[in-house]
Design a protein around this ligand. Structure first.
Ligand SMILES: NC(=O)c1ccc[n+]([C@@H]2O[C@H](COP(=O)([O-])OP(=O)(O)OC[C@H]3O[C@@H](n4cnc5c(N)ncnc54)[C@H](O)[C@@H]3O)[C@@H](O)[C@H]2O)c1
Length: 433
């Protein structure tokens, strides 16, 4: 064998120069051996890839994560980190569990809470719905701010239970969800996994906690679906969702009602309207338009029937954060304990929007101005993929009850987003903020 290998070693190494003698039995044997080796390597590589990819990226069931041994929580050091992160600076501060903390909104809210002295602990599955490097970069930012993000799924009851054993959370800011309207057509199961099963699992743990925390959670403007009465008010109908995403958020609102009714959990749902800003989500139009405009790629702009404009009530992240803090600060205590209701508890729903819808064509014009690049616009009829024609929030209830008053217009907010985008992606100065 060795001699054969050394013989091979003597063959010319430049591909194409060596022409083997097809009639040689040695060469034929050698060929069948290499074929065998080649096919075995293919088989081994295929088996490995199958094993790696057979676990869904988005919303893996807890059992398969455990089978892979990826659970990394538990132990004294871990508990110390959890407690330190959740420690509030003063007695009057809140102790908040933030789910989806490595997400766009979760990162901003966690930092804002920590800065004002509240105790904050994050949990996030770091799923691959969009670039996980961005989530890891947000995690580093949170780490610097003193917020520990536990890696785990909200469907993991034992993890959530453990967190409540270590920390007496006064509030839960629940943001973990499968977001995005169009992706629901590709991966419907991930919406059921995170937005329904995960939410129920979280509420189960909260209702059994003693004391029960107050819960503030992210619903969505998408619950208004095909509602055509503007501006959208909390009293309007929400029984015509246009996407599975919207349907799961609507289901969440009904589930919230049940847990409030049976167990006395204090629950506030916030219907966010198209949130944008630094550290945003790459699957959202303002984000991928920026990327494509800079690359000189055409961007698709949808229009409704009869050349009707598609418009959104774009809401800047800092305004959303203020609304969330307002909701946390005005949330009344849950009334139950140990899974038993002791009296009626607070149940609220608020719109958090900018109440100034802007056509998508104008969003593109602002981006062109800020990026100093002309976009290649491809105007197409709106496909039926879950998107709605326009959104417009009536925010008078949030103004009255939460003191919510958005102050950032689209041009100002996009200026801040573009500055961050260029810094993060172009200048690679990832420590900004
Ligand atoms: N950004 C918007 O415009 C907008 C509008 C309406 C509603 N919302 C809602 O606000 C919330 C936050 O949105 P975002 O824009 O920050 O989205 P995001 O995707 O950036 O954040 C959600 C985070 O939740 C995590 N997550 C998902 N499923 C999980 C699970 N099962 N267990 C643990 N973590 C899980 C993800 O990894 C992600 O980091 C979501 O509930 C979303 O539906 C957002």
């Amino acid at each position: 064998m060795l001699t054969k290998i050394s013989h091979l070693d003597n063959l010319p190494s430049t591909p194409g120069k060596f022409k083997p003698d097809k009639s040689s039995p040695y060469i034929n044997r050698l060929r069948s051996q290499s074929k065998l080796i080649l096919w075995s390597s293919f088989f081994a590589a295929f088996t490995l890839l199958f094993y790696l990819f057979s676990t869904p990226f988005v919303g893996p069931p807890t059992s398969s994560r455990r089978a892979l041994g990826s659970d990394s929580w538990g132990g004294r050091d871990w508990e110390r980190r959890v407690s330190r992160s959740a420690r509030r600076r003063s007695e009057s501060g809140l102790t908040v569990l933030v789910t989806g903390a490595a997400g766009f909104v979760g990162t901003h809210i966690s930092v804002a809470l920590k800065r004002r002295g509240d105790g904050v602990l994050g949990v996030d599955s770091f799923n691959h719905y969009y670039d996980p490097n961005l989530k890891r970069a947000r995690q580093r930012l949170l780490d610097r701010a003193g917020v520990f993000v536990v890696e785990g799924d909200i469907n993991d009851a034992s993890l959530l239970q453990k967190l409540f054993d270590v920390v007496a959370f006064t509030h839960v800011m629940h943001l973990a969800a499968q977001a995005g309207v169009r992706y629901a057509m590709q991966n419907p199961g991930s919406y059921v996994h995170s937005n329904i099963a995960g939410f129920v699992n979280l509420l189960e743990v909260c209702k059994s906690a003693n004391p029960q925390p107050s819960i503030v959670w992210a619903s969505s403007s998408s619950v208004y679906g095909l509602n055509s009465k503007v501006p959208f008010s909390e009293k309007d109908r929400t029984d015509q969702p246009a996407s599975l995403y919207a349907a799961t958020k609507k289901a969440g609102e009904e589930i919230a009602h049940t847990y409030n009714h049976i167990y006395g959990l204090s629950i506030t749902g916030l219907r966010f309207f198209t949130v944008y800003g630094p550290w945003g989500r790459p699957d959202m139009a303002y984000f991928f338009f920026t990327k494509d405009i800079l690359k000189g790629k055409p961007i698709k702009i949808f229009e409704a029937a009869n050349h009707g404009a598609v418009a959104r009530d774009f809401t800047y992240i800092d305004d959303i954060v203020k609304g969330c803090l307002g909701a946390l600060d005005t949330a009344k205590k849950s009334t139950g304990s140990g899974g038993k209701k002791k009296g009626p508890a607070q149940l609220r729903v608020f719109n958090l929007g900018n109440t100034a819808p802007v056509p998508v064509t104008e969003l593109v014009s602002i981006l062109e101005k800020l990026l100093k690049v002309r976009a290649k616009r491809l105007v197409l009829p709106m496909p039926r993929n879950g998107d709605v024609r326009f959104t417009h929030a009536n925010i008078s209830l949030a103004h009255r009850e939460l003191g919510y008053r958005p102050t950032t217009n689209l041009e100002t907010g996009l200026k801040k987003f573009v500055r961050w985008y260029l810094d993060y992606y172009v200048e690679k100065k990832k420590s900004a903020w």
